[in-house]
Write a protein that binds this ligand. Structure first.
Ligand code: FE
Ligand code: FE
Ligand code: ZN
Length: 292
């Protein structure tokens, strides 16, 4: 089975998805993840502008599977909000829309941050998240929502596999729910990636491993359990190159699409092409020592 790997890609005028796919190919990748607009807001352009047909044609020719095109929902969506009814309703509406947009884009997977409890208890917040997911998924027949494992920054929900399971247990449409495992987030949440087999065993004691459809591959700037969520370039952080390689090539995660969300080096150099090369060669190269 071939490694499915790629990175976050900008979706921008004039060529949008077509440009993102071209860049993916240039990077030696065969997968990509995009936000359908700015991640911090809900302003969205018509997907018909995105050169979808040409992009999918090129994907086809380049053996990029449609299921390796991943959409990330805007992170402003907070289904866990128990305070303002308006904000909650907006979140449900945005998610409903985003499911439609994902379908129109010819993608199968939509990554979603579960939400934040704010002042509520995690239990109350999880109940809201479940309700919101069930509402938003009512008319969805094709897109699978992937709940992302979170670092546990602030009042984030989803920093333990138990919380992810609690949400999934409440989702009615089990066919269309899965998990996106973020390496930086689980490390920051306290999972020990020096013993990834044990981490997977813990997951598997709660949920089937084949629910993990996407892995966000990021190193972390912070110590294990720091609850910070600051991504680092591959091999420059606290997780380390070998541990990340072990995850990327783990036989139990072969089918999962691996997506890099590492930071630009010195705020300007896109690291993805070089990082993908290192991963394929299974050899770390200290390319950015001067900036680290
Ligand atoms: Fe995310
Ligand atoms: Fe992530
Ligand atoms: Zn993150």
């Amino acid at each position: 089975m071939m490694l499915k790997i790629g990175s976050h890609m900008d979706l921008k005028a004039p060529d949008y998805l077509l440009a993102a796919v071209k860049k993916t190919i240039e990077n030696g990748a065969n997968a990509l993840m995009v936000y359908t607009g700015a991640p911090q807001n809900t302003i969205r352009k018509d997907v018909n502008l995105f050169k979808l047909e040409e992009a999918h044609k090129l994907m086809n020719e380049s053996e990029i599977e449609a299921s390796s095109l991943i959409i990330h929902a805007p992170y402003i969506i907070n289904l866990g909000n128990c305070e303002k009814e308006e904000t909650y309703e907006l979140a449900v509406r945005v998610l409903t829309d985003e499911l439609q947009r994902t379908k129109k884009m010819g993608a199968k997977y939509l990554v979603l941050h579960p939400g934040s409890a704010l002042k509520a208890t995690h239990e109350e917040s999880i109940a809201r998240i479940i309700k919101g997911l069930n509402l938003a998924m009512k008319d969805n027949d094709s897109v699978t929502i992937l709940l992302e494992t979170m670092a546990g920054k602030g009042s984030e929900i989803g920093s333990s596999f138990e919380e992810i399971k609690a949400i999934i247990d409440g989702v009615e449409d089990k066919e269309h729910i899965g998990v996106c495992l973020d390496t930086c987030h689980i490390h920051d949440a306290g999972y020990d990636l020096n013993d990834f087999d044990n981490v997977l065993a813990e997951f598997n004691s709660l949920l089937p491993l084949d629910l993990i459809k996407v892995v966000h591959v990021n190193d972390s700037k912070n110590l294990r359990g720091a609850h910070k969520d600051r991504h680092e370039n591959i091999g420059y952080g606290e997780i380390g190159f070998d541990n990340l390689l072990n995850i990327i090539y783990h036989p139990l995660l072969t089918n999962a699409v691996k997506i890099l969300e590492t930071p630009y080096v010195n705020k300007e150099i896109a690291p993805y092409k070089a990082e993908i090369e290192m991963i394929k060669n299974k050899e770390f190269k200290d390319l950015w020592a001067e900036f680290k």
